[in-house]
Design a protein around this ligand. Structure first.
Ligand code: GLV
Ligand code: MN
Ligand code: MN
Length: 416
């Protein structure tokens, strides 16, 4: 008869969430810990200390993943992997990613206090740089684990022409160390990520927890428009080569393309005009955007329509437009057998759950390349996320941590 699993202690989770929330850039809105900043490095030192205090053996790999290991009692080489990220978008909230890392630490405490000894190693990971960085790339840490951080990714340039490889070097990370970070497919028994939903469905349906079926594919791009700088008062409208207007037309096209698929979305997250002056016709404009969908086939169409829109909006204004696509990420299914197990674990605790699709991207996409991957979602108040208003009730976080710990115990019983 296995030992019963203890209930989480919400105040411990709350304390950790509060302490980590103190580590934020005071000059930015909300709770900001962007990668490649001092505050993000400081927060990861804090997480490492919390991992050690939770009796994990901690190391940092060559890309910067923080990995805490709870050694198993010896059941072959495979490990159970849990975790998420603690970097944030600028002006983000306190829950995106952090509940998955701090919740995993509470799950470890529950296992220990319940006297449950796992057969398999448990790896708790704070994945490096999950949110898109200034190169437009996300999930650097989990990509490296899954051998999906390629020379193409490393050659991606930021607006100033610096490469991602150079940015990593400036942080004391050596791109040559990246291949050695890779985990092999036969060392991961299963991976689990606890995360807030970041959307409205669980709250609308009154469901306490969600089990994720699949995660959206993402295609990101940068479009640059080169026109001609002119005087805003004297240059007649018909004679302008206004790069800003070509970009603006493309923004509306992206809205239309994003509205053309069942669960597709299209977003322009950034737009810049050069110069930024009220009385000057823009010489150059830059926008970064992304499309997401659960339908792999839809992306080909979206790509074609976007390129046509850039061409159309540029040509009619005598502007030169170009598009750079970043390496895309396909839609990713979570493992059905693992999702069943998670559902049974939640039901075993006496709770209901909803199966749902994730429009948000997650490290679980990369982990799915290495073995069965699954996710547990928690309700987000008003479906808000990537904003300081992001909120998830402590009771729901505790429920999710309990489900995470119960799922870990069940996975440990799987035959390798
Ligand atoms: C991550 O938060 C994403 O979905 O962009
Ligand atoms: Mn996020
Ligand atoms: Mn996240």
């Amino acid at each position: 008869m296995p030992a019963p699993l203890r209930q989480p202690e919400p105040q411990r989770i709350q304390q950790d969430l509060q302490d980590l929330a103190l580590l934020r850039d005071p000059d930015l809105a909300g709770w900001s810990r962007p990668t490649f900043t001092g505050v993000e490095r400081e927060s990861r030192r804090w997480v490492a200390a919390r991992m050690r205090a939770t009796s994990l053996d901690v190391h940092v790999d060559g890309i910067g993943n923080l990995i805490g290991v709870l050694p198993g009692q010896g059941a072959g080489g495979k490990a159970i992997v849990v975790g998420s990220h603690t970097d944030t978008v600028e002006g983000g909230g306190r829950f995106d990613g952090t509940v998955g890392v701090l919740g995993a630490l509470e799950a470890v405490r529950l296992l220990e206090e319940s006297g449950i000894k796992l057969r398999h190693d448990l790896r708790v990971v704070d994945y490096f740089n999950e949110e898109p960085n200034r190169f437009g790339l996300s999930c650097l840490g989990s990509r490296a684990l899954a051998s999906n951080l390629s020379p193409d990714h490393l050659a991606t340039v930021d607006e100033d022409g610096a490469t991602l490889a150079e940015a990593l070097q400036s942080q004391g990370l050596d791109p040559a160390d990246i291949p050695a970070c890779a985990w092999s497919a036969n060392e991961v028994l299963a991976s689990l990520e606890l995360h807030i939903e970041q959307g409205p469905i669980l709250e609308q349906q009154g469901a306490g927890l969600g089990v994720v079926t699949a995660i959206a594919g993402i295609a990101r791009l940068r479009a640059v428009f080169k026109g001609r700088r002119d005087h805003a008062g004297t240059r007649p409208m018909a004679l302008r080569q206004d790069a800003g207007c070509a970009a603006a037309g493309t923004v509306l096209a992206i809205e239309a393309i994003g509205s053309s698929g069942a669960d597709a979305v299209g977003t322009v997250g950034e737009i810049r005009f050069t110069p930024e002056a009220t009385n000057v016709v823009s010489e150059e404009a830059l926008l970064t955007a992304e499309f997401r969908s659960s339908d792999a086939g839809w992306f080909g169409l979206a790509r074609e329509q976007l390129e046509q829109a850039v061409e159309r909006e540029s040509r009619r204004r005598g502007v030169h437009g170009s598009v750079l696509w970043l390496p895309p990420e396909p839609p990713t299914a979570m493992d059905p057998r693992l999702s069943e197990l998670i559902g049974r674990s939640i039901a075993g605790l006496g709770h209901d759950f909803l199966r749902l699709y994730s429009g948000a991207g997650h490290d679980a996409v990369q982990l799915a390349r290495l073995g069965p991957a699954g996710m547990i979602f928690l309700p987000s108040k008003d479906g808000r996320s990537h904003t300081p208003e992001e909120w998830t009730d402590l009771a729901d976080i505790a429920l999710g941590v309990h489900a995470l710990a119960a799922s870990i115990v069940q996975i440990d019983g799987w035959e390798p």
